[in-house]
Design a protein around this ligand. Structure first.
Ligand SMILES: Cc1ncc(COP(=O)(O)O)c(C=O)c1O
Length: 391
């Protein structure tokens, strides 16, 4: 009887996904702040700036009207059309708005995409290091994430050769690419991305392109997979470039054949995406000037950290092409990134994320810094880190 009762309270095996280590850093930083310490936050990957004023205004105007009902499962038609226009304006790609699906952040988009593309048991390739929820969402859905190690010679991106080698070993059903990537901030140029897509699709491997950091490119312009293949599935979001993390809104560009299956999934899983967020997101596109100013701030920060951290002692890091991350090799100082991040926080009051969150293989030797704060904070962080490492 006791066993039966215990069974009732046991979580499923599929729900046994690891937590984000960064949550521990956030909690420890909060304790320091509660005790009066001033922490510089470089741990969470989110913009410090608010949503564009145009988005906030649109939401304010919508609220007094009262009713915020469900919307179409695929999203408000005018927002889908506006997103399609964004592809024409930004990349010169003509997209049928019928291929756009509005989602609850890109996180919601991943669940829909993986469900629509894969069967339980399917193997899906991911670059290592990479964004942990790719692995964890796939695992929870019964798919098998397959980590492929990346190298400095390929700017830490997946190559067709590495993908094919894994596919020959055991069949892959899909691959997730991200450019700019998290945690590395590195990007793939058009030739590298198009070769990867061509080779993957030639082998029947479905390509999912996470383009959440598009717009935040400094080394060269990011290329959308939508321009390279009508079969690729694109995941994007208003969270990063448009500074709308908490609004929980993103989108997919799907091959036409997959739109109806995704619509059925979305209708059942969520009914629709929050209406107020959809209204705000559509207006966000009118706030591009404001967002470009925010981006210039990141560019300044990027200069501060890429010039300052080597002087501070951290001189080995991945190319800082895009997004707002710097992924630093700390192996000269420690081979335990959790302990390093803990001491950096406790002793220098700089919060950063241990690499083990992103890389189960070599993550002990790396730390991720997010440089989306203010320039003054970034300067002070570099100084604090330098003082701490030389102490
Ligand atoms: C690479 C990458 N993809 C997806 C997401 C999820 O973002 P959201 O669900 O807010 O769109 C994040 C968030 O940090 C990310 O870094």
């Amino acid at each position: 009887m006791l066993d039966k009762a215990r069974q009732l309270l046991t979580a499923s095996k599929r729900s046994d996904v690891p937590p984000f280590m960064v949550m521990d850093v956030i909690a420890a930083a909060a304790r320091i702040e509660a005790a009066g310490g001033r922490v510089i936050h470089m741990e969470v990957g989110q913009p410090a700036a608010p949503a564009p004023a145009t988005a906030i205004k649109a939401a304010q105007l919508a609220l007094p009207k009262g009713k915020l009902g469900y919307t179409e499962a695929l999203g408000v038609p005018s927002l889908r059309a506006r997103i399609a226009r964004h592809y024409r304006d930004t990349y010169g790609v003509a997209l049928d708005p019928a291929r756009i699906i509005v989602t609850t952040g890109s996180s919601g988009g991943f669940v829909l995409a993986f469900l629509a593309l894969f069967e339980a048991g399917d193997r899906v390739a991911l670059a290592n290091p990479g964004y942990p929820p790719y692995r964890h969402i796939l695992t929870a859905l019964g798919c098998e994430p397959v980590l492929i190690e990346t190298r400095s010679e390929t700017r830490w991106a997946l190559t067709p050769e590495a993908l094919l080698a894994e596919h020959r070993r055991k069949t892959l059903s899909g691959v997730v690419v991200a450019s700019p990537a998290n945690p590395t901030g590195t990007m793939m140029n058009e030739a590298a991305l198009s070769r990867l897509i061509e080779v993957a699709e030639g082998e029947g491997i479905r390509v999912i392109s996470d383009e959440i950091y598009h717009g935040l490119d400094y080394a060269f312009p990011a290329v959308t997979a939508a321009a390279l293949s009508p079969r690729a599935l694109i995941v994007n979001s208003f969270s990063k470039y448009f500074c709308m993390t908490g609004w929980r809104i993103g989108w997919l560009v799907a091959p036409q054949e997959l739109v109806r299956p995704i619509e059925r999934l979305q209708g059942n899983l969520a009914i629709s995406v929050p209406t107020l967020a959809q209204i705000a997101a559509e207006a966000a596109f009118d706030g591009r000037d404001e967002m470009e100013a925010v981006k210039h701030g990141y560019e300044e920060n990027r200069k501060i950290v890429t010039e300052g951290l080597p002087k501070a002692g951290l001189d080995k890091f991945f190319p800082v092409d895009g997004a707002f991350y710097l992924y630093a090799d700390i192996s000269r100082f420690s081979n335990d990134s959790v302990d390093f991040a803990k001491r950096l926080l406790e002793e220098a009051h700089v919060a950063a994320t241990p690499g083990v969150d992103f890389d189960p293989i070599h993550g002990k030797d790396f730390i991720r810094f997010c440089y989306a704060g203010s320039a003054a904070e970034m300067r002070e962080a570099v100084e604090r880190i330098g003082g701490w490492l030389k102490r």
